[in-house]
Write a protein that binds this ligand. Structure first.
Ligand code: BJW
Ligand code: ZN
Length: 240
């Protein structure tokens, strides 16, 4: 199967990659679902919705601050690095990540779009201004405030919130021409990301999925590679 994936990628001129939390698992960042996933300990509705933030912004911030600290202490793993290499080997490339952890950018990927925002950016709920915060490794001191006095929120996309339209449009435009799609480390249950494999399939792309277990996407892919992305992606990158 891996040989087939390598052959497909050798002939690809337009590669779209969709990543999810599983690609960062080898960096020590917890995934959402599954046995040790974040949603085992916390209810998504209490932490990852605009209503949760309205009801208890301090709780939501504490959770994000805890995750920021884990991410800051982590580093890109061989899967992130392999994608950097893949990008140099195809003519056209777009990486869409559902992750908010910055690890693709830290690894050196160039064409990266963030579907669900970035955990190191904030947005003011009053004036809307966005800002990056790369150095949050301080004890949690409470809800951060904007210079306008408004509360800052993490600049991430919560359940019930729309995806930034320009990111979605660029994604759809690229998918229309992608000959190959890699779907890596996502459970494929969160929309609208979950719709992308089907969209690509209907346009005739070859779909390659990398995951430690089968997902709802697996039934429609052309090549399923079962295993850790930190082991499989480097083999692929070395082979093409
Ligand atoms: C490995 C591995 C290794 C492990 N190697 N693999 C009913 C039906 C359909 C849709 C809806 C519905 N009700 C509501 C909706 C819409 C909703 C949705 O999809 N809900 C479903 C859960 C039911 N979606 C939304 O609300 C989205 N917005 C939207 O639809 O806008 C349109 C709209 C808005 C308003 C009105 C009307 C329309 C927004 C979704 C935002 C998701 N946000 C989060 C939090 C982001 C910020 C943060 O990080 O805190 O995004 S939730 C969480 O899930 C996070 C992730 O990006 C996202 C996806 O998770 P992911 O990446 O797939 O991770 P896991 O943990 O699920 O899976 C990991 C995978 O890796 C597993 O498969 C493992 O096997 C694998 N793995 N180790 C390879 N080493
Ligand atoms: Zn403000």
């Amino acid at each position: 199967m891996i040989t087939r994936a390598i052959e497909t990628l050798k002939n690809s001129t337009s590669l779209f990659v969709l990543t999810g939390a599983g690609i960062s698992a080898a960096s020590g960042i917890p995934t959402f679902r599954g046995k040790d996933g974040l949603w085992k300990k916390h209810r998504a509705l209490d932490l990852a919705t605009p209503q949760a933030f309205n009801n208890n912004p301090a709780l939501v911030w504490e959770w994000y601050h805890w995750r920021q600290k884990i991410i800051l202490r982590s580093k890109p793993n061989p899967a992130h690095v392999a994608l950097v290499e893949l990008e140099t080997k195809v003519k056209e490339y777009l990486l869409l990540t559902q992750n908010v952890d910055n690890l693709h950018q830290r690894a050196g990927s160039r064409h990266v779009l963030e579907l669900h925002g970035n955990i190191f950016r904030t947005q003011c709920i009053q004036c809307g201004i966005k800002a990056s915060h790369a150095d949050i490794e301080t004890p949690f001191v409470g809800i951060p405030k904007c210079s306008c006095g408004g509360m800052l929120r993490p600049d991430v996309v919560w359940f019930g919130e729309p995806i930034p339209p320009s990111i979605w449009q660029t994604t759809v435009d690229f998918l229309n021409k992608a000959d190959t799609v890699i779907i890596c480390g996502t459970s494929g249950v969160v929309w609208p990301a979950a719709a992308l494999p089907e969209m690509a399939k209907s346009k005739g792309s070859t779909l390659i999925e990398i995951n430690i277990e089968a997902t709802p996407i697996s039934q429609m892919v052309d090549i399923f590679l079962g295993g850790k992305s930190s082991e499989i992606l480097p083999k692929i990158a070395a082979g093409i």
